[in-house]
Design a protein around this ligand. Sequence first.
Ligand code: NAP
Ligand code: 8YV
Length: 315
Amino acid sequence: MDVLMPMPMPDLIVNGIAASQKLHRMWDMSPAEIAAVTPQIRGLAVGFGHVPINAEFMSRFPNLEIVSSFGVGYDHVDAKWAGAHGLIVTNTPDVLNEEVADTAMGLLLCTIRQLPQADRHVRSGAWLKGSFPLTTTLRDRTMGIVGLGRIGKAIASRAETFGLKIAYHGRSKQDNVSYPYYASLTDLAAAVDILMVIMPGGAETKGLINAPVLAALGPNGILINVARGSVVDEPALIKALQEKQILTAGLDVFVDEPRVPQALLDMDHIVLFPHVGSASQHTRDAMAQLVVDNLKSWDEAKVPLTPVAETIWKA
Ligand code: NAP
Ligand code: 8YV
């Protein structure tokens, strides 16, 4: 089938799709060329940080059947609209759980023990003038996980082996989960001193980590965000950090990434990662293969491998 890729993607995806489908590289095409292939397009291959795959974009393609998205989070795709219009959206769940959980724990350790700053202390020669200052500790802390899903559970199992107590918040209490559940995010923040955010982005979760939540987390509190920048009210976070309402933060994602507010760049006690939660070759290859396989399976058998909840596929 004809598949359109709006923006460049990893080679494994480009070559994988080109091997089994007719791939159209939109960024290399003139408006006239795009118009000529538009009626033939049945699949889109897209990723986070590309053009928004909204109603306006998808409705340009009258014969569109499937949107195969790179990444487990698909807040850049209007999946509700797609579902309502009989389209399938697929994402890349599970294959990245362990990698993202490793990164989340790494970011937490970097943040609480100031490990990037310690590295800079050696490289700058500052060690020759004095020892690196003592840091805060992970000992005797409780982690509140906001979004105890596939990745949240992988983080929880790691955190338990680090000796942390766990609690969680989500829209509903989960059966067969023994960690304390908090229906209120603010109550969870008040009960813990690490808030680990790993829920989906999008309109429903926009700004959920706001000033009252940060105030409840308190002056000994640490915010780790490996979800989406949009889930945090960034100005409120900057104010809370500047006014020491919370201790520190470790951030892998930002509202307008890759642009990061200067106020965050200026704070040396926080740790900033460039959205690298899943960014190992091994895991990105597994995610890329799933993007390709979803399109191939749909084309050959009309069976999507990993459809998202809004576009449940019925045989
Ligand atoms: P998942 O299995 O669907 O888990 C999502 C969790 O969030 C669920 O426990 C869900 O619980 C909770 N949740 C959903 N909506 C919520 C809301 N409005 N308020 C509170 N909790 C809510 O997803 P996953 O595979 O673990 O991935 C989670 C997210 O991580 C992705 O969507 C993506 O944005 C982000 N991510 C980031 C990176 C990175 O590189 N930094 C990498 C991968 C993923 P309930 O249904 O009970 O509410
Ligand atoms: C990727 C992610 O960086 O899976 C997700 O939701 O945020 C990351 O794994 C991204 O989606 C691919 O660019």
